[in-house]
Design a protein around this ligand. Structure first.
Ligand SMILES: [Zn+2]
Length: 562
């Protein structure tokens, strides 16, 4: 089903987002090594068949955990060694000896193991590893359950780990880390610490915390409705929001952290472990849907999303006709934003044989104020909407959204295709560069540079398009505007245009209401309504005219000459 694959896509996006957070955590810990190209890794897994170690993690499990490290760090191991051994004495482990020999021979230089106690089981082996580290024969070691930093301190700590491994073969700290990850993987709280809006029940599961759940859920809704964080924090504080049984004060920062946590959409991030709660704990109740969560991330614009893009709003672009020559007039870019926009926006006819250009009496440049006053006057003159219009709007809104979504999906597909093509071109050129000589080098350098710039803009557009689809999906899923809001919306349109500093909004409203204008003699002489808008409103009597298309001729606007 279309709807299903749509949801899966959001689930994927949510997981990608969680992965991004997890990667950041790893990066902070210094676990992600950017320069691993020269490293040649092998994976080493060991399990004994006798003694206490029998309870240890199985070889396939150890390998799986190591492969996860490999994947996270984007490492390609050249070989996986499996060792089953029964004796605890040194010198018997053939695989271990083979790795050591391979390292001495320079075949490999880095090892991935589950824990230091899997790598070296006695002081002789530990000594060999540390010796090879000191001599630089081993470049680095990675462990699934232990962080090794390759410096003097790290090597010493590793030595201690080896000693510990010998002394306590069921290493306590390791098993507790292992234990807590295991608990988290079942969708449970390893620390018994609840999340906001949730309690931890006796089985360690996260369950809604009654009214606090509902309150925080409303907070998410408010954020989606673009309330400020401060307002939302006030709302929670005034409504007696509790956490872990205690009343707490919710700050903007705290809210911001909550809104960034994919837990509330059902993806639990424990350390760098990503747990899909809907699989791990099927009775878990998400606070928000994946779509709403991603939409919120999009609208709060965190680092994950989305490079800010400067889009100049072209108010009245291709909307205004010159009354003398019937050509499109060009809007001049406002010099400043905010309230002065009305004063500075100008419209001019650039048509070279326009009669207005030869007439000294008629100045060819017109102030945007003229248009604004016309529009505000029109919107404040008492537009009427009724239930019928509202019902039409409901149908139309959904249809438009689906239509728009279809367009965007096609656009997105095409952008992805273009991105793939750009990648292939860059790869071709890089290959060519590898064999190029002389002047060809500079030439290809430039070509690649150009391709990379092109690719970047494609990538940005792809991101924007994806966000637009998210917004539409969010709107499709959300409740439509209520009748009351619908009435208010029309009532307030004039003031919105008059008072808003938001040029995007103003532009949207104007284009929603009007199709185009004609200006002559510094006045708006004709205005054509957007047919979509027209069907919703009963026009005020002054503007009534016959026919499906309404043209308001020669409507004078007060102070138009200013
Ligand atoms: Zn003209």
């Amino acid at each position: 089903m279309e709807d299903n694959s749509q949801l899966n896509d959001y689930k994927r996006q949510l997981l990608e987002y969680a992965k991004f957070l997890a990667d950041n955590k790893l990066r902070e810990k210094g676990k992600v090594d950017e320069e691993n190209t020269k490293r040649v890794y092998v994976i080493y897994a060991r399990k004994s068949t006798k003694g206490k170690d029998r309870q240890e993690r199985s070889i396939p499990d150890q390998i799986a955990d190591c492969q996860k490290v490999v994947k996270d760090l984007k490492i390609r191991p050249v070989r996986i060694f499996k060792e089953k051994e029964s004796a605890k004495t040194s010198g018997k482990r053939s695989m271990f000896s083979e790795i050591i020999q391979g390292i001495k021979d320079g075949k490999y230089n880095s090892i991935i193991a589950w824990h230091p106690d899997r790598l070296a089981r006695n002081m002789k082996e530990a000594g060999e590893i540390i010796d090879l580290l000191d001599r630089g024969k081993i470049v680095t070691l990675k462990f699934a359950t232990y962080t090794f930093i390759r410096d003097a301190n790290g090597i010493m700590t590793l030595g201690i780990q080896f000693v510990l491994a010998k002394q306590y073969s069921d290493n306590l700290s390791a098993s507790s880390t292992r234990g807590s990850v295991h608990i988290a993987k079942e969708g449970k709280s390893p620390t018994w610490r609840p999340k906001y809006g949730y309690v931890v029940n006796e089985l360690r599961c996260f369950r809604p915390d009654g009214n606090n759940f509902t309150l925080l859920q409303s907070a998410f809704k408010m954020a989606l409705d673009k309330y400020g964080l401060e307002k939302i924090a006030d709302y929670l504080n005034q409504n007696d929001f509790h956490y872990a049984g205690k009343k707490i004060r919710v700050s903007k920062q705290k809210l911001s952290t909550i809104f960034q946590d994919p837990f509330y959409a059902g993806v639990y991030l424990y350390g760098s472990e990503i747990i899909d709660l809907r699989i791990a704990d099927p009775t878990f109740q998400s606070m928000v849907t994946e779509i709403d969560f991603m939409e919120l991330r999009h609208s709060l614009k965190d680092a994950y999303s989305f490079r800010k893009r400067e889009v100049k709003v072209q108010l009245f672009n291709k909307m205004v006709y010159c009354g003398y020559c019937n050509h499109i007039m060009s809007p001049g870019t406002p010099q400043s934003s905010g309230k002065s926009k009305n004063r500075y926006l100008t419209l001019r006819c650039n048509y070279k044989s326009c009669p207005s250009r030869f007439d000294k009496e008629i100045k060819k440049e017109v102030r945007g104020k003229v248009l604004f006053e016309y529009i505000i006057n029109f919107l404040n003159s008492g537009l009427k909407v009724d239930k019928k219009a509202y019902n039409a709007y409901l149908v139309e809104a959904k249809e438009t959204l689906f239509e728009k979504r279809g367009e965007l999906v096609l656009k997105h597909k095409s952008l992805c295709r273009q991105l793939g093509e750009a990648d292939r071109n860059i790869e071709l050129k890089s290959n060519a560069l590898a064999n190029a000589r002389g002047e060809l080098i500079d030439k290809i350098n430039k070509q690649i540079e150009g391709l990379i710039i092109e690719r970047k803009s494609l990538e940005e557009e792809e991101g924007t398009t994806k966000n637009e689809i998210t917004t539409i999906d969010h709107n499709i899923k959300s409740d439509a505007m209520s009748y009351e809001n619908f009435l208010n919306f029309f009532k307030n349109l004039g003031n919105m245009v008059k008072n808003s500093d938001d040029q995007y909004l103003v532009n949207k409203v104007i284009r929603m209401v009007f199709l185009n204008f004609e200006i002559k003699d510094k006045k708006v002489t004709k205005a054509r309504l957007n047919p979509m808008f027209e069907q919703y409103v009963k026009l005020p009597s002054v503007l009534q005219s016959r026919g499906a298309r309404i043209r308001t001729e020669d409507l004078r606007v007060p102070n138009a000459a200013l």
